[in-house]
Design a binder for this molecule. Structure first.
Ligand SMILES: *[C@@H]1O[C@H](CO)[C@@H](O)[C@H](O)[C@H]1NC(C)=O
Ligand SMILES: *[C@@H]1O[C@H](CO)[C@@H](O)[C@H](O)[C@H]1NC(C)=O
Ligand SMILES: *[C@@H]1O[C@H](CO)[C@@H](O)[C@H](O)[C@H]1NC(C)=O
Ligand SMILES: *[C@@H]1O[C@H](CO)[C@@H](O)[C@H](O)[C@H]1NC(C)=O
Ligand SMILES: *[C@@H]1O[C@H](CO)[C@@H](O)[C@H](O)[C@H]1NC(C)=O
Length: 807
């Protein structure tokens, strides 16, 4: 801060007192300075004793002459007003500084641009309430230009320095001491506690902060900090006429880009936004003295006074002056992230306007829509998380609307481009609508979302794996699902400790974790390298977030942090079915009643997927490894990464990329890429045969024949020897009729032609009823009869396997 060269404050106070007293008691008497000096020595001892216990003067009246060297001091002795010279300057300025502490820290300057060249300056208060600084020949150097006129006929106008540091001109003749002028309305480079920063909408007065030119020169520097009240209020900084930074709007706790903890123990903040005024201010909570100052280089610092060291220390530095601080760096619909190079990307649904420039790292021309918005119909909203909102100068707001009302409002207004809550507290409230281009969006870690309007066709693409004709599923559906912070997940898994790893899914590792509330969870982390997995992973979130059934594994939450995608599931104590079925010792732990329960549970789970859920989903990857078991050995279907939504029960969809797991995929899917709900029925049939026999379909080999498990089961069935398929370990616990029924149903499910296979509803009913079952036809991939299908299978087999996920 600027150094201070004044007079000894105590001495000047005493002198002023002496003068005043002499003038009051002997108004005709004038003293030469020598006489005065002599008297001073005479009286000073006496007055010193008196004054040190007495209150010092904090007021100047209209009769008084206040010269360079005179001062007044606030009642609590904290602030002092007088003339001073900053730094190396010889110019004289009228200012307010701390008196009790930190001598010379100036907090306000009156005549910033019009210094007095020498010590001839005088402060006068006229009867109209104007404060004036007069120069040598009584020329007015500075005037407060009070706009409020004196109300009473016999005004008693005084200027008083308050304990807050506010210099106030009052009319004391009126009952409620009306304020004619106050220095707090004209902040300089410093925001003191209680000072309003913002706009008075009645008078139109703006309270802005303008740093000094330099430590020696308090005249306004090139930067200006203001609260812009166009649209939703935001804090801005400009240099000359160019906008440099934007601190974004108030979010209920702070200005988005401002580094500020709120609530915090040492000060409280207030943002008032009504039809009379819009302002920000802070108040001290404790006795720790504080001030916010903007330095000549535009650094905004919050300082607090340390009594022990008698120094101002930096409490926080205000600006996020990183790469992304530059206003509009990534242009319209661009998004800036300082941790990325180049820092600019386009928002979802947008592409670079000038790709060449963009590739060279210049994002200023921004992005344009991939698909034009059609107001009449077909639009949706995409949530963008963790950002400093785009510029809100072309926005509209209402503090009492809900997010739903807000979305509706944005939907109805054709030129609305995005919406958001205004206030993040208590789960979010208020409505903010953007019109026009979205510019100057910066990614940060705060959880504050907004929703951009896109053409409906964008969502079809986004949900690549879901049926494009249907727009029921949106990323917003995830709102029903808790978003967990990465921090929480890191804690829960002991920072993804290798010892906590319980498996390796198709997309990456799975860890066991314990949430803060004690719940055990399985944490599935998309490996950063597995780019191909991202789409499947997203698909899984969208699918499963909507599903709730006792035979489906429950998704508890998710985390989408930068490049991390993490799903958190309920933890399944007894892991997955394959660990029991195909392991010699563990297979004895699953007796027949448990197995039959698993078969029925699976059937009900798949039925729910196909028919009862809100979405109607084909799982596409049913296999023993995806059937998890809870503490009571109840089955829960998991892994919806490949699931697809379908329309109508008989619709078959064609795909080029055949995915699934070898051994469980149906022939029509493997060969022709056609899948339907009957593909899942097929996989279910295979699973049932595996559960009964304890053998893997894909690894099955019979002593004398080149049979797979299905062929083997079929042959035994034809010969009336189905019971021989049963694993020896189950003999003791089995119920023969249930076993035979399960095998029969399974054979119906694995029939070669999809149209012959039952629906899951029939399967569920057949398993529990005692009705006569239809005769199955031969299963798929059955190698005894020579069929054209079979040949085609072997011919495509090699290339087929490369398309399958090796799991
Ligand atoms: C007061 O008014 C005069 C004359 O209009 C102007 O020159 C001066 O800058 C004003 N003073 C302040 C502090 O605004
Ligand atoms: C970026 O491109 C714009 C034109 O679109 C140009 O005016 C600007 O100077 C470029 N900035 C840099 C740093 O090259
Ligand atoms: C804000 O929204 C509420 C609730 O929808 C409504 O009652 C109120 O009139 C709105 N205020 C303005 C200024 O539009
Ligand atoms: C939006 O469009 C409406 C008319 O549809 C118009 O009255 C309004 O001024 C527009 N607002 C902006 C910010 O363009
Ligand atoms: C399954 O989990 C429960 C609860 O943790 C445990 O008591 C039981 O022994 C487990 N069963 C098997 C077969 O591992």
């Amino acid at each position: 801060m600027a150094a201070f060269k004044g007079v000894d404050p105590k001495m000047s106070q005493i002198l002023l007192y002496i003068k005043t007293i002499i003038q009051i008691s002997h108004p005709h008497l004038t003293l030469t300075s020598m006489e005065f000096g002599f008297m001073t020595i005479l009286f000073s001892c006496v007055f010193f004793l008196l004054l040190s216990s007495c209150a010092t003067l904090d007021t100047i009246t209209t009769n008084q002459v206040f010269r360079d060297g005179d001062t007044i001091v606030s009642d609590d002795n904290m602030f002092e007003l007088g003339f001073f010279s900053p730094g190396k300057s010889m110019n004289r300025y009228l200012g307010i500084w701390y008196k009790k502490i930190s001598m010379g820290t100036v907090v306000w300057v009156a005549n910033r641009e019009t210094p007095v060249a020498d010590k001839s300056g005088m402060l006068k208060l006229n009867r109209k309430g104007d404060l004036q600084i007069l120069g040598a020949d009584n020329t007015v150097i500075w005037s407060s230009n009070s706009t409020v006129s004196v109300m009473s006929n016999n005004p008693v106008v005084v200027v008083q320095l308050l304990d807050t540091g506010n210099l106030v001109v009052w009319d004391r003749s009126t009952k409620n001491e009306n304020v004619i002028w106050q220095s707090f309305d004209y902040p300089g480079n410093t925001l003191l506690p209680g000072m309003k920063y913002g706009k008075d909408l009645v008078t139109g007065r703006e309270r802005v902060i303008i740093p000094w030119k330099s430590a020696d020169d308090p005249s306004p520097g090139e930067y200006l900090h203001w609260l812009d009240t166009n649209g939703y209020p935001q804090m801005f900084v400009r240099q000359g006429s160019v906008i440099r930074w934007r601190y974004g709007p108030w979010n209920g706790r702070k200005f988005q880009a401002l580094r500020m903890e709120n609530p915090n123990p040492i000060y409280s903040v207030q943002f008032v936004c009504n039809d009379k005024e819009i302002y920000f201010k802070y108040e001290l909570k404790t006795s720790v003295l504080q001030r916010i100052i903007v330095l000549p280089d535009d650094t905004a610092v919050h300082l607090r006074w340390m009594d022990q060291t008698q120094k101002w220390v930096v409490h926080s530095v205000g600006a996020v002056t990183e790469i992304c601080g530059g206003y509009g760096l990534c242009g319209p619909y661009g998004s800036c992230n300082a941790n990325r190079y180049p820092p600019c990307t386009c928002m979802a649904g947008f592409k670079p306007r000038v790709p060449d420039e963009w590739d060279r790292g210049n994002g200023s021309s921004g992005c344009e829509r991939k698909r034009a918005l059609d107001c009449g119909s077909g639009l949706g909203f995409k949530r963008i998380s963790g950002v400093i909102f785009p510029d809100t100068r072309h926005s509209w707001y209402n503090h009492s609307m809900t997010l739903e009302e807000c979305e509706m409002a944005c939907r109805m207004k054709c030129n609305c481009t995005a919406y958001a809550n205004t206030d993040i507290r208590n789960g979010g409230s208020g409505c903010l609508l953007w019109f026009d281009e979205l510019i100057d969006t910066t990614e940060n870690d705060d959880k504050q979302d907004f929703y951009i309007k896109l053409a409906a066709s964008e969502f079809a693409e986004d949900r690549y794996a879901l049926d494009k004709k249907d727009n029921n599923v949106r990323m917003e559906d995830l709102d029903e699902l808790p978003l967990l912070s990465l921090n929480k997940i890191v804690k829960a898994t002991d920072n993804f400790n290798i010892n906590k790893k319980i498996g390796e899914g198709g997309f990456g590792p799975v860890y066991k974790g314990v949430l803060e509330d004690g719940r055990e969870v399985a944490v599935k982390r998309l490996s950063e390298t597995s780019q191909q997995g991202i789409e499947e992973f997203k698909n899984e979130i969208i699918c499963i977030a909507k599903l709730q059934h006792r035979n489906l594994v429950k998704l508890l939450g998710y985390c989408n942090h930068r490049n991390e995608l993490i799903l958190v599931y309920e933890y399944m104590t007894n892991k997955s079915l394959d660990l029991y079925l195909f392991d010699e010792t563990r297979s004895s732990m699953l007796d027949w009643p448990q197995r039959f329960n698993i078969i029925q549970g699976m059937a009900r789970g798949i039925l729910y997927l196909h028919q009862d859920s809100r979405l109607q989903i084909i799982h596409r990857d049913l296999k023993a490894g995806n059937i998890l078991l809870d503490g009571d050995m109840n089955p829960k279907i998991s892994d919806f990464g490949l699931a697809r939504k379908f329309v109508g029960p008989d619709t078959a969809t064609k795909t080029k990329k055949v995915v699934g797991t070898y051994g469980y995929i149906s022939p029509e899917y493997a060969i022709h890429g056609r899948f339907s709900i009957k593909s899942d029925v097929y996989s279910f049939g295979v699973l049932v045969l595996e559960i009964v026999s304890g053998k893997k379909n894909r690894e099955f080999c019979h002593d004398d024949r080149n049979d797979n498990l299905l062929g083997h089961a079929w042959r035994l069935y034809k010969q009336g020897r189905s019971i021989e398929l049963l694993s020896a370990s189950l003999c003791a616990s089995c119920v023969i009729l249930e076993v035979l029924r399960s095998i029969h149903v399974a054979l119906l499910c694995v029939q070669n032609h999809a149209k012959d296979r039952p629906t899951m509803l029939s399967v569920v009913l057949m398993l529990v009823s005692e009705s006569v079952l239809p005769q199955p036809k031969h299963p798929a991939f059955y190698s005894e009869e020579t069929s054209s299908e079979l040949e085609s299978v072997s011919s495509v087999d090699g290339s087929l396997i490369t398309h399958l996920y090796a799991r």
